[in-house]
Ligand binder design. Structure first.
Ligand SMILES: C[S@@+](CC[C@H](N)C(=O)[O-])C[C@H]1O[C@@H](n2cnc3c(N)ncnc32)[C@H](O)[C@@H]1O
Length: 282
């Protein structure tokens, strides 16, 4: 079946996708077509059942990345799947800042907390090749994806996966004042908040929710940053738009200086705004 016929033939599936409430039904449809349609633009008869099943899953709000098996972020294709957080374009704001606004020494040590697939840490290393990046992740499934992505996309001597819980400081106590930049996109959603099904039902709870007001892992990120950063080092944390005052308060409690929040509509999309707060260690 030629590409031009596919939309016509699968009208019913496309209509179900539209009715399901996904925010970009045509984009998702085309992304799933691409998974099957080869360069000669043909959907093989033997692929039709799988193609239909993928469309059905997407209409059931399974994240697109989990259906495709990959997610494109910055200049890379990251392996993703059930049980791991699919990187969001919002996080590109943090990397853009790192690239253009923050002087990162060529041999800097960077920690990427709550690393998931490693999208942020690996991208940070790819734009600052001389640096050493430690990606910290405590979930076993996410950790497997992290290791795969490092293996595929980075130099394994320079980007290191650590299967660590960031709320437990014991591993980090002898690493005081050794790190130049700490970045974190932690789980930050308050536990009672309702989200789109992609996140509420089809992502691991611990990748999304973080206590009553969503602050538990933000707090842990700052506590760890305060421990390991060199004086003058920078911490950058992504969070929700409604949490700006609470997050600034936490930065102040850990005595970070020059604290400010940056929201950038360029990186925001239908799934939410891009928001991060930055601070410097005294
Ligand atoms: C919102 S996801 C972000 C993943 C990745 N940074 C990204 O932007 O694609 C949060 C990640 O934090 C991890 N996480 C949650 N609690 C953690 C903890 N205490 N220590 C380490 N990682 C944690 C989750 O398993 C999940 O992979």
């Amino acid at each position: 079946m030629k590409q031009a016929q596919i939309e016509q033939t699968f009208q019913q599936e496309l209509q179900s996708l539209i009715a399901s409430g996904v925010w970009d039904p045509y984009g998702d449809f085309q992304a799933i077509v691409k998974k099957y349609v080869s360069s000669d633009e043909v959907l093989a008869e033997s692929d039709v059942a799988c193609f239909r099943a993928d469309l059905k899953e997407r209409a059931n709000r399974i994240p697109l990345g989990h259906i495709l098996g990959y997610s494109d972020f910055m200049d890379c294709r990251f392996v993703v799947g059930t049980g791991v957080f699919v990187p969001r374009q919002q996080s590109a704001m943090l990397l853009e800042w790192l690239k253009t606004r923050l002087p990162v020494a060529s041999d800097a040590v960077i920690y990427d907390l709550c690393s998931g697939t490693g999208a942020i840490g690996i991208s940070a290393w790819r734009q600052h090749r001389g640096t050493r990046v430690y990606c910290l992740e405590n979930d076993e499934t996410a950790y497997q994806y992290l290791c795969r992505n490092i293996h595929r996309l980075a130099d394994e001597g320079s980007v290191v996966a650590l299967n660590k819980d960031i709320t437990d400081l014991s591993f980090f106590l002898d690493k005081r004042q050794s790190v130049d930049v700490v970045i974190s996109n932690p789980p930050y959603v308050p536990e009672a908040e309702s989200l789109l099904p992609e996140w509420e039902k089809h992502h691991p709870e611990k990748a999304i929710y973080s206590g009553k007001d969503g602050s538990e892992i933000i707090d842990a990120s700052l506590r760890l940053a305060e421990t390991v950063l060199k004086p003058g080092g920078t911490v950058i944390v992504e969070h929700g738009e409604s949490q700006i005052a609470m997050v600034k308060d936490l930065f102040t409690r850990y005595q970070f200086e020059s604290v400010f929040t940056h929201t950038d509509p360029l990186f925001s999309d239908q799934t939410g705004p891009a928001v991060m707060t930055l601070g410097t260690k005294k």
